[in-house]
Design a protein around this ligand. Structure first.
Ligand SMILES: *[C@@H]1O[C@H](CO)[C@@H](O)[C@H](O)[C@H]1NC(C)=O
Length: 239
């Protein structure tokens, strides 16, 4: 028992040391890389000549063109911005692209279906940055809109709920028992068609990373639910 504790302690120290060393190396590399960073002159003049600083601000005074540019009116734009800005405001040291600009870039992309490069050039941001902004903002906007609709939905009396009718989604009883929702029944009107086989059963690298990140969160004190270990072990082998 004593020996086991010592071994456990040594292993922990070793893991901690490796983690610290890796973190230190990453930081060092990052500093080294950022010293060699070079900003394209076009990007450096974003604040004066980029579409967000110029065209987009002027369009706010022309409701018709603003609508054609973003496919929404100014008040809807700000409402959407209000919903998603807490989630897309970056907290990094380098001056970054504001939430409003990120939303404008994304809407412009959605409205035109233009090549990302033309949007990146118009807004004077890097092409890969534009890709990242569009992807991230779209995902967040969908999540925010879902939360918004769900909140409005739940304010209605149960029979009037259309976005998510009562018993529609799976629920759990609080002790790990899952009650299947009605969406699983083969209904004509739920828009969820069976997908069938869609090819290779290989998850993308990203999916694995997200899975691992969630898994490590679920075993921390803040990430757990009280019944999870009972559920996994089916009431057996508790020690
Ligand atoms: C903006 O659009 C929303 C949704 O279509 C609408 O409810 C609102 O009245 C419009 N606001 C203005 C100022 O036109």
């Amino acid at each position: 028992m004593e020996r086991e504790n010592v071994l456990l302690f040594l292993t922990t120290v070793q893991i901690a040391a490796t983690a610290l060393y890796t973190a230190w190396k990453l930081r060092k590399n990052k500093r080294w890389r950022s010293r060699r960073w070079w900003v394209r002159p076009i990007m450096a003049r974003r604040e004066e000549h980029g579409d967000f600083a110029t065209l987009f601000q002027e369009l706010k005074e022309d409701p018709v063109l603003f609508f054609r540019y973003t496919r929404m009116n100014v008040s809807t734009f700000y409402e959407l911005l209000h919903l998603i800005s807490p989630h897309i405001t970056k907290r990094s040291a380098r001056p970054s692209i504001s939430a409003e600009q990120r939303l404008a870039i994304t809407l412009r992309f959605l409205a035109t279906g233009d090549q990302v490069l033309s949007i990146a050039l118009a807004f004077r941001i890097g092409e890969s940055t534009a890709h990242e902004i569009i992807k991230e903002t779209c995902i967040l906007a969908v999540v925010c809109l879902h939360n918004f609709l769900k909140t409005k939905n739940d304010e209605q009396p149960a029979q009037a709920r259309q976005y998510c009718p009562p018993k529609f989604v799976d629920t759990d009883t609080g002790n790990g028992e899952v009650v299947p929702g009605e969406w699983r029944e083969n209904r004509e009107d739920n828009n969820l068609l069976p997908m069938g086989n869609i090819g290779a059963h290989r998850a993308a690298k990203e999916a694995y990373e997200i899975r691992d990140r969630l898994a490590s969160y679920f075993i921390t004190p803040t990430g757990q639910v009280p019944w999870q270990y009972d559920y996994i072990q089916g009431g057996k082998n508790q020690n």
